[in-house]
Design a protein around this ligand. Structure first.
Ligand code: COA
Length: 315
């Protein structure tokens, strides 16, 4: 579906990162690893870990309140809360309901979407559908991930890669030319075993296969979202990719024809926060003055499922 006129726009963003920083050197005392291995293989230098003091829902609520504070809305104006998470604190109710209670969004409908690392982009597309059909006006889309709670801290091939955090944005009907103008999502459940968490267990991953599929799928998704928007890679001012590994980001950018000086990278400071990476990156990019109104933005994600997607956004 081609959307030369966007239905929805992101009117504000927010984030919350737990304050406790764990460096690669800190991990050397937990598993048999080294700063050199982690840095050269992934680009990650440190990550935030939430510890026992803060839950995933609390992180999500803090990111949501930050997005509300940067908008002209109150919590009671929100009529839909969509939370993306692969790490709910409990399985019932949905984490979105816990977030709703924490922020006092008394007039909202609240539910979760499960799209693993791509979940935030799926959440934006669900928000778009609700707004386009007139079922919602002010949508709070949150991604909150406490990856540390589902990692095997004896498995050096996974535990060094991830971090905790939350990001959020508020989505409304587009008031003009700003908004989502290109969309592509894909999934392949046949490859689920390559990155999964068995019931009651911890994350298991076949790193090299995930790596190969991530690059291929993110490049494809970028191409399709640009096609949907009727745009060329040269027109993109900023690429905001899912932050899993700097080498995956560099390959995706190269295959997509976007130079690295137009790519936002913060994986070095936070590691892979699953679906929270993209809204956190958007919020930081705005704060740093890297992401400004009028820019053509491409955002792309890949993760467990496998599930992937990309959006082209006139910011
Ligand atoms: N520290 C030190 N050595 C480690 C290590 C660590 N943290 N983790 C694994 N190794 C070792 C392995 O045991 C292996 O040793 P061996 O050759 O003696 O068996 C060696 O390093 C190479 O492992 P390999 O898996 O081949 O490394 P790689 O170059 O493929 O890099 C990843 C591993 C995980 C960094 C890489 O595959 C990757 O980034 N995959 C994608 C992961 C991802 O982003 N997942 C989320 C997607 S949303």
């Amino acid at each position: 579906m081609k959307k030369t006129i966007p239905f929805v726009e992101i009117v504000s963003t927010g984030r919350f990162l737990p304050p406790s920083v764990t460096t690669n050197a800190d991990l050397e005392s937990i598993v048999d690893t080294s700063n050199e291995w982690i840095t050269t293989r992934t680009g990650i230098k440190e990550r935030r870990l939430a510890g026992n003091e803060i839950s995933a829902a609390q992180m999500g609520a803090k990111a949501g309140v930050d997005a509300l504070d940067k908008s002209d809305l109150n919590a009671s104006d929100i009529d839909l809360i969509i939370v993306s998470t692969a790490t709910p604190d409990r399985l019932l109710p949905s984490m979105a309901c816990d977030v709703q209670a924490l922020i006092g969004a008394v007039n909202a409908v609240a539910f979760d979407v499960g799209g693993a690392c791509s979940g935030f982009l799926y959440g934006l597309t669900v928000a778009e559908g609700h707004i386009a059909t007139g079922h919602a006006t002010n949508v709070l889309v949150i991604a909150a991930e406490k990856m540390s709670s589902i990692l095997d801290w004896n498995d050096r091939s996974t535990c060094v890669l991830f971090g905790d955090g939350a990001g959020a944005c508020i989505v409304q009907r587009s008031a003009g030319s700003r908004g989502i103008i290109g969309t592509y999502h894909g999934s392949d459940g046949n490859l689920a075993e390559l990155l999964h968490r068995p019931p009651g267990g911890l994350v298991k991953m076949s790193g090299q296969e995930v790596y190969r599929n991530a690059v291929r799928s993110m490049a494809l998704a970028s191409e399709r979202a640009l096609e949907d928007a009727g745009m060329k890679a040269e027109e993109i001012d900023l690429l905001i990719p899912h932050q899993a590994n700097v080498r995956i980001i560099e390959s995706t950018a190269r295959y997509s024809g976007i130079p690295m000086d137009k790519v936002f990278v913060n994986v070095d400071r936070y590691g892979n926060m699953s679906s929270a990476t993209i809204p956190v990156a958007m919020d930081e990019a705005i704060e740093q003055g890297v992401l400004e109104e009028g820019m053509n933005v491409l955002t792309v994600a890949f993760g467990a499922g496998f599930a992937w997607g990309a959006l082209a956004i006139k910011w």
